[in-house]
Write a protein that binds this ligand. Structure first.
Ligand SMILES: [Zn+2]
Length: 225
């Protein structure tokens, strides 16, 4: 089991990442990929069913995989899981499979990484219904301050879409948000997480070292729930 240490750049959402000294990555394993966690320094895993790859005839098997892997020591979170109104099967199937993953996350006390595209009502309805104790992290966030506030009020953490964060205009939102609820990510794209940290530190007028230590604290809080 590996955890980030002081001074690491935490990249909270990665696909097919390569471990780099000084970085800590949360690598995403999607159940349909049939990959297994590997014991690598600087890498922890989240495991779940991505809504894009969900089908009516495969979700029961995929849920069995989630149940099988959830107690693996290198899998520290469930996800990415959630809703996508533009891709994937019917909202009803998406809801059933998402709710099941939340129940598993609660039972095993794992936090959750959320993928949500244009389905915030559905997401908030599940939160209201299941009242999870383990915190949710919205990955790839690119919404406005009003939506951010609504999600934060439910105890969620936000990790931003890197393209959005690197744009000049994201500064206003970044200055508005509480730093103790944010994460940064590359989503496995070909960019350096360090440039994302540099942009946010500049927007908030703090040093990169301060930002790193804030995000490390967020990580530990998110994990414990
Ligand atoms: Zn992803």
């Amino acid at each position: 089991m590996h955890f980030p240490v002081n001074g690491d750049y935490i990249d909270i959402h990665v696909h097919d990442g390569t471990p780099v000294s000084g970085n800590f990555i949360l690598e995403t394993l999607m159940a349909h990929e049939r990959k297994v966690p590997l014991d690598i320094p600087g890498v922890a895993y989240t495991y779940g069913i991505h809504p894009w790859f969900l089908k009516e005839n495969n979700y029961k098997n995929l849920l069995l995989s989630v149940e099988r892997f959830v107690s693996h020591p290198d899998i520290i979170a469930i996800g990415e899981a959630g809703f996508d109104r533009l891709k994937g099967p019917s909202p009803e199937i998406q809801r059933i499979v998402f709710e099941k993953q939340i129940v598993i996350a609660e039972e095993f006390r794992k936090p959750v990484v959320i993928h949500c595209v244009r389905a915030w009502e559905e997401l908030l309805a599940v939160h209201k219904k299941l009242k999870p104790k383990m915190p949710w992290l919205i990955h790839g966030f690119r919404g406005n301050a009003e939506l951010a506030d609504q999600l934060l009020s439910k105890g969620m953490f936000l990790s931003f879409w890197f393209e959005f964060i690197l744009r000049e205009e994201s500064g206003d939102l970044l200055r508005h948000l509480p730093l103790d609820r944010i994460f940064l990510e590359t989503d496995g794209a070909d960019i350096d997480i360090r440039s994302v940290y540099n942009k946010v530190a500049a927007d908030r007028n703090i040093s990169v070292d301060e930002l790193k230590s804030i995000i490390l604290k967020n990580f530990n809080k998110w994990l414990i729930g």
